[in-house]
Design a protein around this ligand. Structure first.
Ligand SMILES: Nc1nc2c(c(=O)[nH]1)N[C@H]1C(S)=C(S)[C@@H](COP(=O)(O)OP(=O)(O)OC[C@H]3O[C@@H](n4cnc5c(=O)[nH]c(N)nc54)[C@H](O)[C@@H]3O)O[C@H]1N2
Ligand SMILES: Nc1nc2c(c(=O)[nH]1)N[C@H]1C(S)=C(S)[C@@H](COP(=O)(O)OP(=O)(O)OC[C@H]3O[C@@H](n4cnc5c(=O)[nH]c(N)nc54)[C@H](O)[C@@H]3O)O[C@H]1N2
Ligand code: SF4
Ligand SMILES: [Mo]
Length: 694
């Protein structure tokens, strides 16, 4: 057999929690993935995969990938067999169930993998009796709540439609680093003459592709948008037909924005009067204009109103539901074709309890009736990625028994009592749908047979269900679950699992232009500038401007921004960082001069919550009142920016207001002989670092 015949190409998808959910093809030889390429059958993600996508191979074969279940005994990790560990976990579950309502268990899952079947634990825990689960969001919840008030759903046009735009505002979003497949569409629009403006207090890679960079004071974009609305109304860039047929509350909104004249807004946002007027004119004149709203803009305690104010610009100018005119934020296309109840098993639960996701540590500390006695974490790294990491570590340490399912000994695994390894998406059958960039459903065909020691999450919960004699979780294989999960799709369109296996399939009936029919899913059927529903929920019915919670002061004169880094999907790719390196704090060179910090100097960033040693890097173009550190680096590797950030919640959507935080920065004041930084060992159990692999 020659080499070419040995190589197999397997259709699958990138399961990282990224906007793009790329359709990919894995080349496999001798049961080993040798390369990963984009699958051009997906017209949005095409043949390109980003470095993180290619790194799935290194993840799969990483020497530190967990090879066996580990149990912490007297502070040391001991490898144990699967039967032993599952007996132990089942025994703890049995004990908990006999002593408390099952809500004494907190199930923390997040976006580690977007595979549909990975959520089967939801059904397991509901069959078990119903457990404590998070509500709200660490990701896009404030803006999502806003869009539900305005549009009644989250829909975005196909990215190809951007080439019809004459103006594109990229607002608090950084696609060049966080969602790369958008960039070719931006470029195409630009080549056809579109003007591109980026609104971001940071000088990102995306800014380099723009014609205009507007850099507001963090968390003041609501005032900027309302002032643009003021200009749009005053200078009559309105689409009166759209407003009269499809918008509620224009009069009330017009009255409200009267006070947001550009002078007033300039004082709030730090953008000049002229800057505000020209941005409003650019957008208003565009026809059609699009806005790509990112998630950075809503990680504030006023983030929901901010997104509502930006949405309003589309409604005033009729840039909604027309080719080239759109407000892009999220995309719920396809959800109705998946049987959510099947995988969640919501109807099975006897007990239920929820807590606000951004306040997980506080909840664990204070929960009563029952207290939290067990935490089961999967596809999540709450200690590194949740708010207030040190508080989270303390909260974890108070809970009797913690189980984490993961590939690696990350910070959350380290703070657990049992760690269970699991399969990578290249070793699993699964389905990925719900990309924010396109409306394809991807089937993950199993690329390689896993080592016998790596079970799927499905197998793990099946084994636990068998031990606990749970009736609500039938012991079935992947095919059975996936076929049932897509039953609504098959019923509506005839698309079967075999069709999906053959390559990416476009969700049927999705219009390339979102809201083309102007049938909004709000109570009135219109775009709601005035939302009665918001009023009933305790909010202002209009998109109003409220100030964010955090304040700068003499001690904390800077805004701490902690956005996502290009090189890692959250904490996941920091597994490749062997060395403990200081996190980088990006500041404007003028800020460096002012604080006595040279480029490359060691510095301490401090907030009212904690401090972190880092290395300064000058960045031209970043606001002078901003200190920027990327999120994601593990605490055990010297990172942990979320140690600095208190548990702060947005006004709507119960969302983590990570960027609503002020800080100071100063040179390191180290005594001779003192170690380079106060690293994680002061807050993490040093023994848990010692891992034994047999
Ligand atoms: N490489 C990589 N890609 C990723 C991820 C990753 O971790 N790494 N994560 C994925 C996930 S889960 C998500 S949610 C998305 C997020 O994707 P994005 O929304 O693009 O990313 P963020 O880093 O949240 O923030 C975007 C920008 O908002 C800016 N920003 C912060 N505050 C303000 C403000 O007050 N006003 C304005 N106008 N801008 C502000 C930040 O400076 C940042 O450049 O990315 C996804 N893609
Ligand atoms: N400061 C600050 N903090 C932030 C943000 C910010 O902008 N600033 N952004 C927030 C956002 S948008 C998000 S989405 C969250 C992300 O928060 P998380 O989803 O908790 O973050 P990840 O680092 O992606 O951790 C996912 C874990 O899942 C594991 N994993 C991957 N695949 C699988 C699998 O198939 N099975 C199992 N069991 N585990 C798997 C990975 O190894 C990793 O340890 O972080 C939030 N945190
Ligand atoms: S991380 Fe995002 S852009 Fe990269 S391969 Fe995965 S889905 Fe595609
Ligand atoms: Mo996210």
């Amino acid at each position: 057999m020659n080499k070419a015949e040995d190589m197999r190409k397997v259709n699958t998808a990138c399961t990282l929690d990224c906007w793009d959910s790329c359709s990919i093809t894995a080349s496999v030889k001798d049961n080993r993935v040798v390369s990963i390429a984009g699958n051009s059958a997906n017209h949005v993600t095409g043949s390109f995969v980003c470095p993180k996508g290619r790194k799935h191979i290194d993840m799969l074969y990483h020497p530190k990938r967990l090879k066996t279940p580990l149990v912490k005994k007297s502070g040391r990790w001991l490898p144990v067999g699967w039967d032993e560990v599952l007996d132990l976990v089942a025994e703890k579950l049995e004990l908990l169930r006999s002593s408390y309502p099952t809500t004494a268990l907190l199930h923390c899952r997040h976006g580690g993998s977007t595979g549909l079947l990975k959520s089967i634990e939801g059904r397991f825990f509901n069959a078990y009796g119903g457990v404590t689960e998070p509500t709200g969001s660490l990701c896009q919840g404030a803006g999502a709540a806003a869009q539900l008030y305005d549009f009644g759903n989250l829909l975005s046009s196909d990215l190809t439609d951007l080439v019809n735009s004459r103006v594109i505002l990229i607002w608090g979003r950084n696609p060049a680093e966080t969602g790369i497949h958008l960039m070719p569409f931006i470029k195409r629009a630009k080549d056809r003459g579109a003007a591109i403006a980026v609104i971001d207090p940071n000088a990102t890679e995306t800014v380099k592709s723009a014609d205009m960079h507007v850099s507001p004071l963090p968390g003041t974009d609501g005032a900027l948008a309302l002032s643009m609305a003021h200009v749009i109304i005053k200078e009559n860039y309105l689409d009166n037909d759209f407003i009269s047929s499809h918008v509620t509350g224009f009069r009330e909104f017009r009255n409200y924005v009267e006070v947001f004249d550009p002078e007033t807004a300039a004082a709030i946002t730090g953008i000049s009067r002229e800057g505000i007027v020209s941005l409003a004119r650019l957008y208003g004149n565009g026809r059609p204009s699009s806005v790509l709203i990112g998630y950075g803009v809503q990680r504030y305690s006023n983030g929901g109103y901010t997104v509502r104010a930006i949405d309003a610009l589309g409604a005033l100018t009729g840039n909604i539901g027309v080719p080239g005119g759109g407000i892009y934020y999220g995309n719920n296309c396809g959800g109705k074709y998946i049987d959510g109840e099947l995988l969640s098993g919501n109807k099975l639960k006897k007990y239920s309890r929820s807590f606000p996701r951004p306040r997980m540590a506080e909840f664990i500390e204070n929960a009563e009736d029952p207290p939290v006695r067990m935490i089961f974490t999967s596809r999540a790294n709450p200690i590194t990625q949740g708010m207030d990491s040190e508080r989270m570590i303390r909260a974890f340490s108070k809970v009797d028994f913690k189980v984490t399912v993961d590939f690696f000994m990350n910070d959350t695994a380290q703070a657990s009592d049992v760690v269970l390894p699991c399969r990578h998406s290249l070793e699993n059958e699964d389905i990925v749908f719900g990309s924010l960039s396109h409306c394809y459903i991807n089937y993950c065909n199993r690329a390689v047979e896993p080592e016998p020691w790596v079970p799927s999450e499905l197998w793990i919960v099946n084994e636990l269900a068998r031990r606990l004699k749970l009736e609500g979780l039938p012991i079935k294989d992947e095919k059975w679950w996936l076929e049932k999960a897509i039953a609504p799709l098959t019923k509506a369109s005839g698309i079967t699992l075999d069709d999906l296996k053959a390559g990416p399939v476009m969700i049927p009936g999705v219009s390339a232009v979102a809201w083309e029919d102007k049938k909004f899913e709000t109570p009135s059927g219109k775009f709601e500038l005035y939302s009665q529903k918001a009023l009933e929920d305790g909010y202002d019915p209009l998109p109003v401007y409220i100030e964010k919670k955090a304040k700068t002061s003499k001690e904390y004169p800077y805004w701490l921004l902690t956005p996502h880094t290009k090189s890692s999907l959250h904490s996941q790719h920091y597994v490749f960082d062997e060395q403990q390196t200081l996190p980088v704090a990006y500041i404007n060179p003028d800020t460096g001069m002012k604080e006595g910090l040279e480029n490359g100097a060691a510095a301490v960033v401090f907030t009212g919550t904690a401090s972190l040693e880092c290395r300064v890097e000058y960045r031209e173009g970043i606001r002078k009142d901003v200190v920027m550190l990327h999120e994601g680096c593990w605490i055990q590797k010297g990172g942990g920016v979320n140690r600095l950030i208190p548990e702060t919640v947005s006004e709507m959507g119960c969302h983590a207001a990570y960027y609503d935080c002020s800080c100071g920065i100063k040179p390191v004041d180290r005594q001779p002989g003192e170690r380079e930084r106060g690293d994680a060992s002061d807050i993490m159990d040093e023994n848990s670092n010692r891992q034994i692999h047999k």
